[in-house]
Write a protein that binds this ligand. Sequence first.
Ligand code: THU
Length: 138
Amino acid sequence: MSFEEKKLCAAAMKAMDKAYSPYSGFNVGAALATASGKVYTGCNIENASYTPTICAERTAFFKAVSDGERDFSMIAICGGKDGVISKAFPPCGVCRQVMAEFCSPSFVILVMSSKNSFDKYTLSELLPEAFTSQNLNK
Ligand code: THU
């Protein structure tokens, strides 16, 4: 695990502690690295009306983009029932689509499987043939 990967995983775990998930009990944390070396974190935030719920990954992206960031290199994601990281789970399809809006196909996604391990993917592996702004120009 590189220093940057370790730092991002630690930040994702810290963000997971902030999860607001009274309905699912599933706590998720994400830490997003900008190309310039900043880190934006996010947690899932649920709602009594269910559909307004937002995932940890999108919270991190929207915090960063609303702060003027557009260039990202990597995201670390962790989660589990009651905040226990017992196995890896892949980011949801909506979050993958948001990643595709701002990131290149080589964007790195670390999906943590325990406190000290992760599965490493590129965005193109998790979302091949993504629909992007390029498609609108054709
Ligand atoms: N969740 C995330 O935060 N990220 C994902 O990629 C998958 C699901 C959250 C949404 C909801 O609060 C809870 O996990 C259960 O679906």
